[in-house]
Design a protein around this ligand. Sequence first.
Ligand code: NAP
Ligand code: MN
Length: 269
Amino acid sequence: MRVSIYSNDGSTSNEVASQLKEKIDNSSKLQYDGLNPQIVISVGGDGTLLSAFHHYNDSINNIRFVGIHTGHLGFYTDWRDYEVQQLVDSLENDNGQSVSYPLLSININYKDGGPSDSMVALNESTLKRINGTMVTDINIKNEFFEKFRGDGLCVATPTGSTAYNKSVGGAIISPEFDAVQVSEMASINNRVFRTLGSPIIIPPDEWITIIPDNPYHNILTCDQLVVQNRPIQSITYSISNDRIYFAQYRHTHFWKRVSNSFIGVHDND
Ligand code: NAP
Ligand code: MN
């Protein structure tokens, strides 16, 4: 089985990555292959896993991810830094077991007449403005829904619902649902201006289009990346046809993951 390691630059991560590399090189069942891997092991935190996902974006359907966490939160990561040998044992006994989660599809049309862009997010995409109020139309399935005024909008996947989405008051959604959630950031609500004020969740056969009044001054993000600065005509969000696959050698139930990450360790565990 072809395995790649994607590590951040921390000293613990470097140490774990070199241990892993040595064990892979010494295994008759595993080959290191950074270009065309079947398994990508991310070593670091969630940010590292997000970077690994974007690095291997083009071959996402042929890859299963595994996350080792070396500090930080590690919501996406099932393995700890001291479990390298157990992970290698699991890789050697791999029988293709996997779990998959929905992704967010982002289609951007620009006002400069240039080609449109499409990309996929694992956590979320945001559209924000910092030098003034962001004013956009929000359409659902091509029908006008509302005029938004405020700091920005956050459009999240179920596994991303515990990240930025949570900070802006979105609900946590189990990734058993194929859903996209749109949350407001500091919307202006008064006698003159009105938005819905609550997060909305759309199913797989619906899509959301955001049309900024001003094509300039908006910051568009896709996970930890800022998308290049071209004048935006519209952005359409929907559930991607692609999914992310994780090698599932051990199963951490989603709600257990949430409670471990946000509530902490229970005495009676
Ligand atoms: P970061 O600043 O390290 O990320 C912020 C925190 O979010 C970190 O503790 C990170 O975990 C955690 N995180 C990332 N994905 C998560 C998920 N799906 N569920 C629960 N927690 C998650 O930056 P980063 O590591 O490059 O991650 C980029 C992400 O940061 C973005 O996709 C966005 O979701 C989030 N973000 C949040 C805010 C906010 O809440 N106000 C603002 C900007 C970005 P690790 O420590 O393990 O990396
Ligand atoms: Mn991080």
